[in-house]
Design a binder for this molecule. Structure first.
Ligand code: 4NP
Length: 149
């Protein structure tokens, strides 16, 4: 399956989701993008670089890019990090059946909070832990079940 993670800037949350998924699974294709193109070409934010390094997750191969419809419509599953991202994806034209919230995979659909405005690293550790739980559940569901079929 081809899976795209989408947050607002594609520098904090969705690169972490992509990097964690790629570390734990090589059978599927993972990518990430941002609703906004504001950070296009930028590496992950310092906090995400730090927390990824703490957990030994390679992340520096990822550079920010905006999500585009219909260019990104070849992904089988598009996972929004929060409700605003989810609504923006639907408004862009992506079909509802392939857009989900990452928080559905372990947090009852809860938004993954945006750590961009946090000071200090505690927020990044919390966001990392939430994303890791969801990504591991996602991979398990893809492998065990009929997700995407
Ligand atoms: P992200 O965090 O969506 O997790 O990448 C953000 C990064 C930058 C901005 C917003 C959120 N920004 O407005 O510049």
């Amino acid at each position: 399956m081809k899976i795209l993670f989408v947050c607002l800037g594609n520098i904090c949350r969705s690169p972490l989701a992509q990097a964690i998924a790629q570390k734990y699974n090589q059978d599927h294709e993972f990518d990430s993008a941002g609703i906004s193109g504001y950070h296009r070409g930028s590496p992950p934010c310092k906090g995400s670089q730090w927390v990824a390094r703490e957990h030994n997750i390679p992340i520096m191969h990822i550079t920010s890019r905006p999500v585009r419809y219909p260019k990104d419509d070849h992904f089988d599953l598009i996972l929004a990090l929060d409700t605003q991202n989810y609504q923006d994806l639907l408004a862009m034209g992506f079909e509802a059946h392939k857009v989900r919230k990452l928080g559905e995979f372990g947090f009852d659909g809860l938004d993954v909070p945006d750590p961009y405005y946090y000071t200090g690293m505690e927020g990044f550790e919390r966001v990392y832990s939430m994303i890791e739980t969801c990504v591991l559940n996602l991979i398990k569901e893809i492998n065990d079940s009929s997700l995407g079929h």
